[in-house]
Ligand binder design. Structure first.
Ligand SMILES: *Cc1c(COP(=O)(O)O)cnc(C)c1O
Length: 468
């Protein structure tokens, strides 16, 4: 059984062979290739290229995809570098020592950006994305906790991790795969994010840590890391429990340092032991790159670290994968060199300006009520104004926008707000003011159309929106 079947997606696969356009078929080549079996014979490279190229062309247009956080554009020099480095395996530290060195520099730069006390003596690594980085963060918390428990002669069989109910799915995976009880604090109208309220009801001696999200995936809001830390300070004063924070900064850790430099969310807060980000989100690199940094080398338990051969000696590694592309690491370094702090600030501020502009305009549409205004990360969500209409909902609007090429997901909020549906826009580099205004014009037109209906739209057949 292949994974796409496990995932339960409905595939209406065409059983017929892939017909080749006669223009591309060379003498002696088959004119049709099987769709679900490896073809018996070879094809010419141009023929194979055309087949894959033509099919991949049917994927959506990335620039109109307002659902994804992930980078879809890099400039030509970066593209050239990407091609040149496509053969580099990140694990081959001995064969590619410069790439390994550049990875280290990037970790140190991020540690510095996030105010680690001694950036050159942290532990950290690149990963395939934030999901892997979060697994590593969770494993380090769990191991640190079990060492302390064993040292105190206490059992280690019931670890739990405290987080908001609006966490990204990777945290549910972590808890599932590594058998850690997931303790979710529900979001509510009063507490739109995890803000430290009632934390004492969730934290106990088996708590391995608390996850704070900088840039909640559902809405783009920051969780107030400083307030969560203060709540944990109070818990420690009352109970002696010393519970540390991991910050999931998949998107926000590459936004806040540049456009909200005074906001304290990072290693400036003592209780924060580790931070992850996605190089391929607001780090502006193509898909396949995440980062994790621990406050100090001591925060990463030594017994989780493996050693690979490196220049006659050995080099510590902590990863779930063995082989993995090295090119993205070079692309991240390219961008650090190319943009510098000022360049990143300009890119992120531009996204932020577009997001707050869009949010203001969408908030002014009578049908809608903003959930947040796009001023944390350049992401915001809105809901239907209560009592506006019974004739249509945000799913209908999403379908109408899709007809114009825009992908703008509508989805239910997590527990305990699952009856509430929101629609979200993610503003990324390249979503210009011009494009935003074109989007607004289409949105207003579709809202006018839906508002002009004198009977309800059918409720069935909504496509299930993907919003992670
Ligand atoms: C996107 C995201 C993740 C997962 O990141 P990947 O890089 O896609 O693996 C984790 N947490 C948050 C808050 C996210 O937004």
């Amino acid at each position: 059984m292949s994974l796409h079947r496990i995932s339960g997606q409905q595939h209406h696969e065409n059983p017929s062979p892939v017909e080749l356009n006669p223009v591309f078929v060379r003498p002696g080549e088959a004119s049709a290739l099987p769709r679900m079996r490896i073809p018996h014979d070879e094809s010419l490279p141009e023929t194979a290229y055309q087949i894959v190229h033509d099919e991949a062309m049917l994927d959506g247009n990335a620039r109109l995809n307002l659902a994804t956080f992930v980078g879809t554009w890099m400039e030509d020099d970066a593209n050239r570098l990407y091609l040149e480095a496509a053969d580099k395996n990140m694990i081959d530290k001995d064969e590619y020592p410069r790439t390994a060195e550049i990875e280290n520099r990037c970790v140190t730069m991020l540690a510095d950006l996030w105010h680690a006390p001694d950036p050159e003596h942290t532990a950290g690594t690149s990963t395939i994305g934030s999901s892997e980085a979060c697994m590593l963060a969770g494993l380090a918390l769990k191991r640190r906790w079990s060492h302390a428990r064993r040292a105190a002669g206490k059992p280690t069989d019931r670890p739990n991790l405290v987080m908001s109910s609006a966490v990204q799915v990777c945290w549910e995976k972590f808890c599932n795969y590594w058998e850690v009880e997931m303790r979710q604090v529900p979001v509510s109208m009063e507490h739109k994010v995890l803000d430290g309220h009632d934390l004492a009801d969730y934290v106990d001696e088996n708590t391995i840590g608390v996850v704070a999200i900088m840039g909640v995936t559902y809405t783009g809001m920051y969780e107030p890391v400083a307030r969560i830390a203060e709540a944990l300070d109070r818990i420690q004063a009352e109970t002696g429990l010393d519970v540390r924070i991991h910050v999931d900064g998949a998107s926000g850790a590459m936004i806040a340092p540049f456009i909200q430099p005074d906001l304290e969310w990072d290693f400036r807060i003592e209780r924060v032991v580790s931070i992850n980000t996605s190089g391929h989100k607001y780090g502006l690199v193509y898909p396949g790159l995440g980062w994790i940094v621990w406050r100090t080398a001591e925060c990463l338990p030594e017994d989780l670290v493996f050693r690979v051969s490196y220049l006659g000696g050995d080099m510590p590694t902590f990863a779930l994968n063995f082989s993995r592309p090295g090119a993205q690491v070079l692309l991240q370094y390219y961008l650090f060199m190319r943009l510098g702090f000022a360049g990143y600030r300009r890119v992120q501020q531009t996204c932020s300006d577009v997001a707050t502009h869009l949010a203001t305009e969408i908030g002014a549409v009578p049908a809608f009520e903003l959930w947040n205004d796009g001023s944390d990360i350049p992401v915001f969500a809105w809901r239907m104004r209560e009592g506006h209409t019974e004739n249509w909902d945000l799913h209908h609007l999403g379908d109408r926008l899709r007809m114009k090429g825009w992908l703008v997901p509508a989805y239910p909020m997590p527990a305990d707000l699952e009856d509430l549906t929101v629609q979200r826009v993610v503003v990324r580099n390249g979503f210009s003011r011009d494009l935003a205004d074109a989007f607004l014009a289409d949105l207003r037109e579709e809202v006018d159309f839906l508002d002009s209906l004198d009977a309800p739209m059918p409720r069935t057949g909504h496509s299930k929106a993907f919003h992670h």
